[in-house]
Ligand binder design. Structure first.
Ligand code: MN
Length: 248
């Protein structure tokens, strides 16, 4: 029984290599899995599910959707969580690909181990400005206001968000962009887990630490920029893997 976790692919028309690597991953790995969890920032931007039908259609989105649908139809359970880039992914997208949208955080049983899944942005509590925006951007009223805007306006807003996020990343101290350890402890204690899986920070790693007299593990997924990353659970072992992108 194989369960796979990926996040932070940042799929976008400008990066056909990433979409290609993902489609290869579906054939080579996901096709053999029982479950595939995509823990946020699957798309670099997502301005609303109506882009699926908007003409001219986005080739990358169309191809990815149809291949996800094929996967879920073949019996692989497909789960999505919002990231900070694609938090407008909605139920129409899930219908189109046969996926299920999870809350962040989400508690699952992995083998016999209760495991907390998160995108990871909510753990970066040192970034006060972002936490303020996150709170706003998760409120149903704000989301509806966004979705009611014309597509062109939403594209401009997404561009603006991406630009500010890039500027900020280049100016902000390294440590602020990582998770806050107290926030990690709090989340894990609250849900009574010793195992946490998240992405977002683009710092793939398995952290083992001691907290409240227990050994705990935090698995951080990698972003798909120069290579692909996934976490595999099989035979009670959880392992982090990377693989080179296929040549275009
Ligand atoms: Mn993210």
């Amino acid at each position: 029984m194989l369960t796979l976790f990926i996040s932070d692919l940042h799929i976008d028309q400008s990066r056909p290599d990433i979409a290609r690597a993902f489609l290869g991953f579906l054939d080579s790995h996901a096709a053999r899995a029982e479950k595939l969890y995509i823990l946020g920032d699957f798309f670099d931007t997502w301005i609303g599910d109506d882009v699926i039908f908007h003409e001219p259609k986005d080739d990358v989105i169309t191809e990815v959707l149809s291949r996800l649908k094929k996967l879920s139809t073949s019996g692989v359970q497909l789960y999505f969580m919002h990231g900070n880039r694609d938090f407008l992914l909605g139920e129409e997208f899930m219908r189109q690909c046969g996926g299920t949208l999870l809350n962040d955080p989400c508690l699952i049983n992995l083998g016999n181990t209760p495991t907390l899944l998160m995108h990871g942005d909510s753990l970066c509590t040192d970034d006060i400005d972002y936490m303020t925006f996150r709170k706003l951007a998760r409120s149903p009223g704000w989301i509806q206001d966004q979705l009611d805007k014309p597509i062109s306006e939403r594209i401009d807003f997404a561009r603006h968000l991406r630009k500010t996020s890039k500027e900020k990343t280049s100016q902000t101290a390294e440590s602020i962009l990582d998770v806050n350890q107290a926030a990690v402890s709090r989340a894990m204690n609250e849900h009574e887990v010793t195992q946490l899986i998240h992405g977002h920070t683009h710092r793939p790693m398995v952290h083992t630490f001691n907290d409240a007299s227990q050994i705990k593990k935090r698995y951080v997924l990698g972003d798909w920029d120069k290579q692909g990353w996934y976490l595999a659970h099989q035979n009670d072992a959880l392992t982090l893997h990377s693989f080179p992108f296929p040549c275009l």
